[in-house]
Design a protein around this ligand. Structure first.
Ligand code: ZN
Length: 158
């Protein structure tokens, strides 16, 4: 696992978006889509507070990419995200042919913390590579574990 400085900078932006989501009553997850030249094309955060619990940023990215990028362009993108994709988003990512994924915290980490707080998730915390075996995945980044745990705790600890 060797994340570069620019990977860490982009993950920091995802963590900022996660904090923004939490501050707005949503769940603390944020993601960005970066093209082959390193330009950020699109960013979003979790937006589930109005009742649609499929409004994850990684899913929004998959839909945005279909509307705005060719299949070849999609294949050369990187999706950065504060938390590893859930199975729904991992499937969407693979179905639309997006590229590498870099995440700050893993589903295994989140799952462990949720167990600690007696707050089990409704969907199995499968790794991306179980759902989408051909996607290149990097993470977690230890630098963000403490910050993300605090954001998750603020939302999910009952
Ligand atoms: Zn998801």
């Amino acid at each position: 696992m060797s994340l570069r400085d620019d990977d860490l900078t982009r993950l920091s932006r995802c963590v900022e978006l996660a904090r923004e989501a939490l501050d707005n009553g949503d769940e603390p997850f944020g993601s960005i889509l970066v093209d082959a030249d390193g330009r950020t094309l699109f960013e979003d955060r979790n937006r589930v507070k109005d009742g649609d619990h499929t409004r994850h940023p990684e899913f929004a990215i998959a839909r945005w990419a279909v509307d705005n990028l060719s299949p070849a362009e999609r294949a050369h993108t990187t999706v950065y995200t504060s938390g590893e994709h859930c199975p729904m988003c991992a499937a969407a990512h693979a179905w639309v042919g997006l590229g590498r994924i870099v995440y700050a915290t893993s589903s295994a980490q989140l799952s462990g913390w949720l167990q600690e707080w007696d707050a089990p998730p409704p969907v199995a915390p499968l790794p991306i590579t179980t759902v989408a075996p051909r996607v290149t995945v990097e993470g977690p980044a230890a630098e963000f574990a403490e910050t993300m745990k605090a954001l998750y705790e603020a939302k999910f600890r009952l």
